[in-house]
Design a protein around this ligand. Structure first.
Ligand SMILES: [Ca+2]
Length: 382
């Protein structure tokens, strides 16, 4: 989530395989009226797999996060919680908490008043720069063999892996300068609003440190505690981190094989469908009603969207199955209102950051990278 250019935007713009703030309300069109999942009498659609259930990541208990309890008591309770639920060593946790530093800048960053809702016209140029596109193409060429191997293994196209790294950390160059220990301790004990989430992440950090041999006193990341080229939070690192080169370690801070495999694994585990499209620009009938894809879950078939007045523009991709479901997203772009049909893989990208503009930026950057590096191996005509 540490973005070059405009640090103040970082939290709102891109983030880190972690529950994110709600998407900008303006990015979706108003007035929902979802159709029934299946029309009466219609047949089931076994060729469309249900989306996976989210992984269970329980928040920390009130004994750790209740701001009416004295800090010393909350921290003592945290030690017990991390020992009991995360297998941490009590002395290690106490020693780390004792040397953790409160950072006012972290509280300032996370509690900054919500900015005015950013339009797609303002958001897109932050990521779709010539430098970021050419940088992604160069990154792809440099790592082509490893990327294409991960893509073949996972079904997640290499250009989407590269685009995530490009949006999150400018291809690994900007991964954050806060000690993760300071970030998570500050947020767990001094930011009651999200303390249950961040205290659990702090406990995960101790487990991660033990499992992967990471030095908890030195690991750095974003002000929210996201680490490495893909900006994984500790729980995401533990759940989706993957050892890509088979050396027995998951190094998301510096090993590209592990980083690529882990980002692909994150998408695959959230239901990425190999070979299927991400999104299609839509044409809207003049009299079409507005729709609200809340909460971004794909719920309409293309036939249902056509009845509502939205069809993929000529030449835009369509999913293999007529039963596949999609969502509709409206953006205020530089040339006026744009409508996009987001397929299931678009939804999967929003699991990395719960914003449709984030997912669209990743998608368009990925397409631009692919345009510059040629078709992937095995593609028709390649
Ligand atoms: Ca490894």
């Amino acid at each position: 989530m540490k973005i070059a250019l405009i640090p103040a935007l970082a939290m709102a713009l891109a983030a880190c395989a972690t529950p994110a703030p709600p998407p900008p309300a303006e990015a979706v069109v108003a007035a929902p009226e979802p159709p029934p999942a299946t029309a009466p009498g219609s047949v089931a659609t076994p060729d469309v797999e249900p989306l996976p259930e989210p992984r269970d990541r329980p928040p920390a208990p009130a004994t750790v996060t209740d701001p009416s309890l004295p800090l010393e008591q909350r921290q003592a309770n945290f030690v017990a919680y991390a020992v009991e639920h995360y297998g941490a060593d009590a002395d290690t946790v106490r020693a780390a908490l004792a040397q953790a530093e409160y950072k006012q800048s972290i509280i300032d960053a996370i509690s900054r008043p919500a900015e005015k809702v950013r339009s797609w016209a303002d958001y897109r140029p932050i990521f779709m720069t010539d430098a970021r596109i050419s940088g992604g193409q160069a990154f792809y060429r440099e790592h082509r063999e490893a990327l294409e191997q991960v893509a073949a293994d996972s079904g997640v196209p290499a250009e989407y892996i590269v685009a995530i790294i490009g949006v999150e950390t400018s291809y690994g160059r900007i991964t954050g300068n806060y000690r993760v220990l300071d970030a998570l301790t500050t947020l767990a004990f001094h930011y009651p609003k999200r303390a249950p989430f961040f205290a659990a992440e702090l406990a995960h950090l101790f487990a991660l440190s033990r499992e992967e041999g990471l030095d908890i006193g030195t690991i750095k990341g974003s002000y929210a505690g996201a680490m490495g080229w893909g900006q994984f939070m500790p729980s995401s690192y533990r759940i989706w981190g993957k050892d890509g080169d088979g050396d027995g370690r998951r190094d998301l801070l510096g090993d590209t094989n592990d980083i690529f495999a882990s980002i692909a694994n994150y998408f695959a585990d959230h239901g990425w469908q190999a070979g299927q499209p991400v999104a299609a620009r839509a044409d809207r009938d003049p009299g079409a009603r507005d729709l609200a894809p809340d909460p971004l879950q794909p719920k309409w078939t293309l036939a249902e969207l056509a009845e509502l007045g939205y069809v993929p523009r000529a030449g835009e991709p369509r999913p293999a199955s007529a039963a596949a479901r999609a969502t509709l997203v409206g953006f205020d772009g530089a040339d006026g209102r744009e409508y996009w049909i987001g397929y299931r893989n678009f939804y999967v990208i929003t699991r990395y950051n719960h914003s449709p503009m984030y997912a669209m930026a990743v998608h368009q950057l990925a397409q631009a990278i692919r345009d510059g590096v040629g078709a992937p191996p095995g593609a028709a005509g390649a």
